[in-house]
Design a binder for this molecule. Structure first.
Ligand SMILES: [Zn+2]
Length: 347
C-alpha cells in the first residue's frame, strides 16, 4: 500500500464543521446562480447522451467564488516522506495494472466541455478511471459531476479551482484554489447523497467525503507548493505517459498515436488524458489505447487503487514528458495561470 494512503488511513479524516454553511441545495434542485442554474435547467439528468451543452464554451461562464468557501472536511496532513508528486507506481513483479486519468481543466475566463464520448466509452467497457476536476468545472458541469458520482468505478480528484499554476500562485492563492474545489465537491456530493436517499438507495461507499488526490495544473510546482499540498492532506498524482498529442479524430491517426502511447506504458503507469473537449480526438485515441493495452495483458484501476497496490515514485519536479517541457505555460493565461490578469488570491 502506498505510504500516502497509509498515512490518510492511519490518521483518519478530521471532521470540522463550519458554521457558515451556505448550501442552498434542496433534494432535486440546484443553486440558481449563473452557469449552474443554466446547467441544471437542461433536460433529463439520467441521460448520458452527449448534448450541445457539453461542448466547449457552450455553458455560460460564472466567475463567482463557490457558495461554500471552506470544505467542512479537512484531511489530515501527510508526512514529509509524501512531499512530492507521483509519476508512476512500482508494483509487485508480474502485476500489470495501469491508471487512466482524465483532467477537466477550466480557467476563470472561459468554460470548457464534458467529453461524453470518453465517459460513455469508459462506462460501456466497465473501465475504472480517475477524473481530476477543476472546482469551477464541477460547478459549470454540475449535472455531469452528479452522474460521474453515481458510477462506482469512477473516482474524482482535485485539479484546482481555476487551473492556477502551483509554481506561481501565492501561498494564499494556492490554498484557496485547493479549498474552494474541495468545498464545491462537497456541495455536489451532498446533492448526490440526497438523490441516493430519495431513491431509497444506501450511501455510495465509493464516494469519498472529499478528494484525497490532487493534480497540478500544467504539471507545474515547486518545493513550497508541494509541501503545502501535503500539509493539506492531498497526494499529488501526475503521470508518466502524456497520451494526447495533435489531432486524433481520424481513425488512422488515432491508431498511430495509440501505438506510440502503448510503447511508453509500463506496469504501474499513470496515463494523462483530458475529458473537457479541449484536445482533439481523445475518445478515438482512448479506444485504440485500451485495445492495445488489453492485448498486452494490462487491466485498469483508478489512481487511488494503483497507489494502494504499489509504491509511489515521488519527484520534486513537475513536467509533461521531460524536465522543463512545461515552463512555457508560465507565461500564458495571466500571472498565475488562471486566465485572469491579476494574481489570484481568492479575495
Ligand atoms: Zn489541467
Amino acid at each position: 500500500m502506498a505510504a500516502c494512503m497509509q498515512g490518510n488511513a492511519k490518521r483518519g479524516i478530521l471532521w470540522t464543521v463550519i458554521t457558515c454553511v451556505q448550501c442552498v441545495f434542496c433534494v432535486w434542485t440546484m443553486p440558481q446562480d449563473g452557469a449552474q442554474a443554466a446547467a441544471m435547467s437542461l433536460p433529463a439528468a439520467s441521460s448520458w447522451a452527449a448534448e450541445a451543452s457539453d461542448a466547449k464554451r457552450a455553458l455560460p461562464n460564472n466567475a463567482l467564488p463557490p457558495t461554500r468557501s471552506l470544505p467542512t472536511v479537512q484531511l489530515a496532513p501527510l508526512g514529509p516522506e509524501m512531499v512530492g508528486n507521483i509519476r508512476r507506481v512500482t508494483l509487485a513483479d508480474g502485476e500489470k495494472i495501469v491508471a487512466l486519468t482524465f483532467d477537466m481543466c477550466e480557467l476563470a475566463t472561459v468554460t470548457t466541455g464534458c467529453d461524453m464520448a470518453v465517459l460513455n466509452f469508459l462506462r460501456d467497457e466497465q473501465i475504472p478511471a480517475t477524473f481530476f476536476m477543476g472546482g469551477k468545472w464541477m460547478r459549470t458541469h454540475a449535472r455531469r459531476v452528479l452522474q460521474i458520482m453515481s458510477e462506482p468505478r469512477f473516482e474524482i480528484g482535485n485539479h484546482a479551482w481555476t487551473h492556477g499554476n502551483c509554481a506561481l500562485l501565492s501561498p494564499q492563492g494556492l490554498r484557496t484554489q485547493v479549498l474552494w474545489t474541495q468545498a464545491q465537491y462537497e456541495l455536489l456530493r451532498e446533492e448526490a447523497l440526497r438523490r441516493f436517499k430519495a431513491q431509497g438507495r444506501g450511501e455510495p461507499a465509493w464516494l469519498a467525503p472529499v478528494p484525497t488526490l490532487f493534480r497540478l495544473p500544467y504539471g507545474r510546482c515547486n518545493g513550497a507548493s508541494l509541501a503545502e499540498l501535503a500539509r493539506m492532506g492531498l497526494c499529488v498524482v501526475q503521470w508518466d505517459v502524456a497520451a494526447e498529442s495533435g489531432d486524433n479524430r481520424h481513425p488512422a491517426q488515432a491508431k498511430k498515436a495509440a501505438r506510440v502511447v502503448a510503447a511508453q506504458v509500463k506496469p504501474g503507469s499513470i496515463l494523462l488524458f483530458h475529458a473537457n473537449c479541449v484536445p482533439l480526438g481523445t475518445a478515438q485515441l482512448l479506444r485504440e489505447v485500451v485495445v492495445l493495452l488489453r492485448s498486452q495483458g494490462y487491466s485498469f484501476v483508478t489512481a487511488g487503487e494503483l497507489l494502494r497496490r504499489g509504491r509511489p515514485q515521488l519527484h520534486m519536479d513537475g513536467y509533461f514528458s521531460r524536465p522543463g517541457d512545461n515552463l512555457a505555460w508560465d507565461k500564458r493565461f495571466g500571472p498565475d495561470g488562471t486566465g485572469l490578469r491579476t494574481p489570484f488570491s481568492g479575495e
